[in-house]
Design a protein around this ligand. Structure first.
Ligand SMILES: [Zn+2]
Ligand SMILES: [Zn+2]
Length: 270
């Protein structure tokens, strides 16, 4: 018989209900799981040739490694139970990110997965904050990086530094960011996203591979954004520009005020 009894025996009725995929060799299965907040997750289980003597290889869209304990007596129900426990331990982390995703405009990642810990949140035109949320202590002050022209970013950075002591781990990251930066974030309820996705002043597009135009002219009347790669190529092609190590110094293509750009990292897609 084609049917693998070893697998069949271990698929109790409650697991069959959670089965979303099984390959024809009964070697790869996908099981769905719902956490207590109603988020849907999937774990992929690859059975080894000597199953169940050998532990299966499990993978899922998670920000932490998926470590499973397995003995020869273990079953797939056991995998599912451990997966659910891990999901519950990440519930607070996902709650923090879900609030950001629902109430703000996120520029990066373009389509966040459950494994992504970073969000780049719109503050205003060509101003954003990049936060790296801690998986274990999600409401702690995250690593923050403000991006935009100096004259906008400097006052925000000063607020962040002087109000940091107000950070309250009992409140969400988004609420704390509002309090510490003393701002309201533009949200889908108040703003169109298109007003924040201003295209690059050189290639006239928004996305270049996965990059967004995040190099902003520091002149307060100009403030034109460019892709790092576009600005680098542009400045290098102008005889009056000069390069020192990985930084090119030149003039803004729009307002001719001084502008600098770092050599962009090599993009594997190119
Ligand atoms: Zn460009
Ligand atoms: Zn400019």
């Amino acid at each position: 018989s084609v049917f693998n009894n070893a697998v069949c025996d271990r698929l109790c009725p409650c697991l069959i209900m959670r089965l979303v995929f099984i390959d024809t060799e009964f070697r790869t299965l996908r099981l769905k799981a719902e956490d207590s907040s109603g988020r849907q997750h999937v774990v992929t289980v690859k059975l080894k040739p000597k199953h169940p003597l050998e532990a299966p290889v499990c993978t899922a869209d998670l920000p932490v490694p998926l470590a499973m304990t397995w003995t020869a007596q273990s079953s797939l129900t056991h995998v599912h139970t451990q997966f659910l426990l891990l999901l519950e331990s990440l519930a607070e982390f996902w709650a923090v990110l879900d609030e950001i995703d629902q109430k703000t405009w996120v520029l990066e990642p373009e389509k966040p997965s459950r494994a992504d810990t970073m969000r780049r949140i719109v503050i205003g035109n060509n101003v954003s904050i990049k936060v790296e949320v801690n998986t274990r202590h999600p409401n702690m002050l995250p690593e923050c990086c403000l991006l935009g022209a100096d004259h906008v970013v400097t006052p925000l950075r000063n607020k962040l530094n002087s109000n940091m002591h107000l950070w309250n781990p009992e409140c969400s990251v988004l609420q704390n960011l509002r309090d510490v930066l003393e701002i309201e974030f533009p949200s889908p309820a108040t703003h169109e996203k298109s007003s924040f996705s201003v295209e690059c002043g050189i290639c006239y597009s928004y996305r270049l591979n996965s990059d967004i135009p995040d190099q902003v002219c520091n002149d307060s009347r100009c403030g034109q954004p460019f892709h790092q790669a576009c600005l680098y190529e542009w400045l290098r092609g102008i005889p009056s520009s000069r390069q020192s190590f990985s930084i090119v110094f030149g003039e803004c293509p729009y307002c001719s005020k001084p502008i600098t750009v770092k050599c962009p990292p090599r993009n594997p897609e190119n």
